[in-house]
Ligand binder design. Structure first.
Ligand code: UDX
Ligand code: UDX
Length: 458
């Protein structure tokens, strides 16, 4: 099927590359000429596991092309995915100007029947606005336009895997024609008919559940799913605070709670708080959407408030340990908003860096992928070439993002470079007992139960 994606960011590029990988003919369009130039030269403007190989394979096979020209994206396309960004406005509402622009341009340049699919997270009822815009700007008589909402549930760092092996597909449609087209588009994924780039020997045991709904419900599913996950994390963070005060260990508590099948263990990792381009923004947008319907979503307002307080709590913890922060050197391990990505949007690590800098501390950090972006966003943060340099001369080291490689560092070497071996594990990702035995003073999040003291040597 001939498909186009508008916007080649984290969402659009994954959508385009994955649809090309399962056999479709994809044109990926972006207004940013620098991005398209990089992609045409075989580079990738972002880091996302497996994506570089997938883009290389599909472009070589002639199934994925990049352009800045919207006419190319609209021409002969049967389905067009809108993957432009929807940044928050100062009042929390999503700014939909790029969605409108993309719609308008597709309406003007479509050469045949076209199904427009909302992939970007948009407020409920955006579908209706897209439909109206299409009717207003359509140029060619006889073209039929349909609109669908097909929210993405892909996690950055796992996006290729999530796209090709989704838990479910949500198809919000207004008529059977749109449903049929989307079912045909996703058939290779639903039935597992593709060569998996992530697990070459992977077998799909069951068909992916497909939920067909009306447009508004599909739009709301995305908001409700993201808000619930953010709520779940915030709940774990709140329980962690109680654990810390009560002498309990959050890791044991969430293990026990998560074994309940009705709850599950996922997204109960307490820490520095959630970040990224989705949860913080989508929560604010959902509160706004609810407000417009007359519902005051105080529950989600509180989630936002509690999450924003997480980094300040870590600063307080450091202050309790170090007393004066001014003039002290503090190292940060991990700067991206989560592991396996170079994305720093709303990264808790950078919010923490800014708070520490405001206290007069010297802050130095390391991230396997996000260093350059982090330095650009917070120029006062010194970005180090490796974790050992980030620990050098530090009075405290904070693990902000749980990249797996941090668990296997040479901690003796790390400690040797530090002025004081204080390690604050902001994601409870490290082996606290082993580090304590090595002579580190280890602080965690919600770990009220003291670490096992090192065994005495006779
Ligand atoms: C995500 C999600 O899609 C969305 O649900 C969320 O609301 C915002 O963030 P993402 O792919 O991560 O989007 O955003 P980004 O990496 O900023 O990519 C958007 C792309 O669209 C950019 O490459 C930008 O250049 C492009 N764009 C934007 C256009 O080509 N034209 C426009 O008019 C606007
Ligand atoms: C999220 C949703 O998971 C995905 O379905 C949607 O399509 C886009 O938004 P993403 O933002 O890429 O994905 O990452 P996610 O894995 O959800 O993590 C978001 C934030 O929550 C990160 O900062 C992460 O560190 C934090 N988090 C996650 C926790 O603090 N604790 C957890 O238990 C899980």
């Amino acid at each position: 099927m001939r498909v186009s994606v508008i916007g080649t960011g984290y969402v659009g590029l994954v959508t385009g590359a994955c649809l090309a990988a399962v056999g479709h003919d994809v044109v990926a369009m972006d207004d940013n000429p620098a991005k398209i130039a990089v992609l045409r030269q075989g580079g990738l403007p972002i880091y996302e596991p497996h994506l570089a190989e997938l883009v290389a394979q599909t472009t070589r096979a002639g199934r994925l092309r990049f352009t800045t020209d919207v006419t190319e994206a609209a021409q002969d396309a049967a389905v067009s995915f809108i993957c432009v960004n929807t940044p928050p406005r100062p009042d929390g509402d999503a700014d939909l100007r790029y969605v409108e622009l993309a719609t308008r341009r597709l309406a003007e340049h479509a050469t045949g029947d076209l199904l427009l699919v909302e992939k970007s997270t948009v407020p409920v009822q955006t579908g209706q606005w897209i439909q109206k815009t299409l009717a207003l700007y359509a140029k060619r008589p006889g073209c039929t336009f349909d609109v669908a909402s097909n929210p993405e549930f892909t996690r950055e760092g796992m996006a290729v895997e999530d796209f090709l092996h989704p838990d479910r597909l949500v198809l919000g449609v207004a008529n059977p024609r749109a449903e049929a087209l989307l079912r045909e588009l996703y058939a290779p994924i639903v039935e597992g008919r593709f060569a998996c780039p992530v697990h070459p020997d992977c077998r799909v045991d069951r068909a992916v559940p497909v939920l067909v709904t009306d447009l508004a419900s599909a739009e709301l599913i995305k908001h409700a799913a993201n808000s619930f996950l953010a709520l779940k994390i915030t709940f774990a963070n709140a329980v962690a605070d109680v654990c810390e005060a009560a002498g309990a260990d959050i890791l044991e508590v969430v293990k026990g709670v998560g074994l309940d099948k009705r709850i599950g263990r996922a997204f109960l990792n307490a820490g520095l708080g959630f970040g990224g381009s989705c949860f913080p923004k989508d929560l604010r947008a959902f509160v706004k959407i609810a407000e417009r319907t007359g519902y005051d979503f105080t529950l989600l307002k509180e989630v936002t408030r509690l999450n924003a307080a997480r980094q300040a709590q870590v600063v307080e913890k450091l202050r309790r340990a170090l007393w004066i922060l001014e003039g002290k050197r503090i190292g940060l391990l991990g700067l991206a908003f989560k592991p396996h990505t170079d994305d720093i949007r709303e990264a808790p690590a950078l919010a923490l860096a800014q708070r520490l800098l405001a206290e007069g501390a010297t802050v130095q950090g390391y991230d396997p992928q996000a260093g350059a972006k982090a330095h650009e966003a917070v120029p006062a943060l010194t970005v180090c070439p490796d974790p050992y340099t980030a620990a050098q001369g530090a009075e405290a080291l904070v693990l902000c993002t749980e990249w797996p490689e941090f668990a296997t560092l040479d901690f003796a070497r790390l400690k040797a470079g530090m002025v004081r071996p204080l390690l604050l594990d902001g994601r409870n990702a490290l082996d606290r007992d082993a580090l304590t035995a090595l002579g580190f003073e280890v602080l965690g999040i919600g770990r009220g139960r003291p670490p096992v003291p090192p065994a005495r040597t006779p």
